[in-house]
Design a protein around this ligand. Sequence first.
Ligand code: GLU
Length: 491
Amino acid sequence: MTTVRTRIAPSPTGDPHVGTAYIALFNMCFARQHGGQFILRIEDTDQVRSSSESEQQIYDALRWLGIEWDEGPDVGGPHGPYRQSERATIYKEHSDILVEKGHAFPCFCSSERLNEVRAQQMANKQTPAYDGHCAHLDPADAQQRVAAGESHVIRMKMPTEGICVVKDMLRGDVEIGWDRMDMQVLMKADGLPTYFLANVVDDHLMGITHVLRGEEWLPSAPKLIKLYEYFGWEQPVLCYMPLLRNPDKSKLSKRKNPTSINFYERMGYLPQAMLNYLGRMGWSMPDEREKFSLEDMIEHFDINRVSLGGPIFDVEKLSWLNGQWLRELSVEQFADAARQWAFNTDYVMQIAPHVQGRVETLSQIAPLAGFFFSGSVPLTAELFAHKKLDNNQVRQVLQIVLWKLESLRQWDKDAITACINATGELLELKLRDIMPLMFAAITGQANSVSVLDAMEILGPDLTRFRLRQALELLGAASKKESKEWEKLLAE
Ligand code: GLU
């Protein structure tokens, strides 16, 4: 019998997402339960959006939760490299094979032409799709143009009629019409593959037997299935996991719920509780108990117990479960958890230099610096009363600073200062007009230690969270305001 091999294949393009941890957990449990292996592969073919910081954060966040992989970019293994950006020649070879076999073709269409076709199709109320223009070129001519260095992408051919049956572990047979599949680009003009080609080639070469991925990928499954067929490879078993949802049932989004694992770590959730909660997303123990460890989950894991109703990621329930975990620790373990979280030398040493010059007794530390050890801070509208700005202007400042901070990749005092300065320039405000608002939102006090240092130390997740809370208190931007302010930002 072949060994079960599963994988998680995150794209390092932002904060480490709870959805990644959720899918990783189920893949890991499935592999462990079958005595198999679990692999981590970094899908970083989008060179613009991928970053090594984000990749490192994925490792750190998953490890913090207790998710371990047997092979991956950082631990090595026999099927490497495990980072797609290091596998460019492999994809090129495979794309060439498809072109030679006539399953794929170079496409020279300019973006102007593609836009025109698209506009025409939309005007005719058709679904926009590639019209097959270059699929009909003479292959020898096309090869000559490629050899002459003409810019092109590689597209896959697609059946235009009939039904593709996707065999899903949870849903059984799912039928999708081939006519709904576009002639997918496999290789981009920069010579790098798209998700579809890279994913199929890697899953095959890495010996992946079962693919558990989010159900947002189900509609495009026929493209992957066709690629396996074109290559003549056995397709792994597919399993499309239900998506995590906000309490209002919409797809989990950071506008409604924090989605970064780092946020939950900074808020003081225990990794065991977090993993336990993710394990309850669409799954339950045979005896329905709510609190269970990773070992328990692996022991009793059964993929057939995954239910398809969208699991709701509810922070209140998570907090309740975290409370259960905290209370069941021994006092020593509890104290240890607190130390690991924030009451450790490393964190205290970051704060101490900013507090030392401002106190006369050590007992003043807590009132001054308590906000470093809190999730949210108590906010009142009076805190934001401003000499010059009215409530709407205050909200605008907070929102624009927040947007700017949300797009920061590197989190340090200089970068944070630059965001605030840029907001000042944009709104024609002085720094001294903006800073009191920052103080209020971040520290919950009118005065405290340097707020720029505080923001750096608190980190991106807590800083943004507090700005969001301030906005909620004062009134979040309406749709119209968001549009106007975003426009301002784009100028
Ligand atoms: N890179 C894809 C993602 O970030 C992987 C999806 C898959 O598992 O195939 O979601």
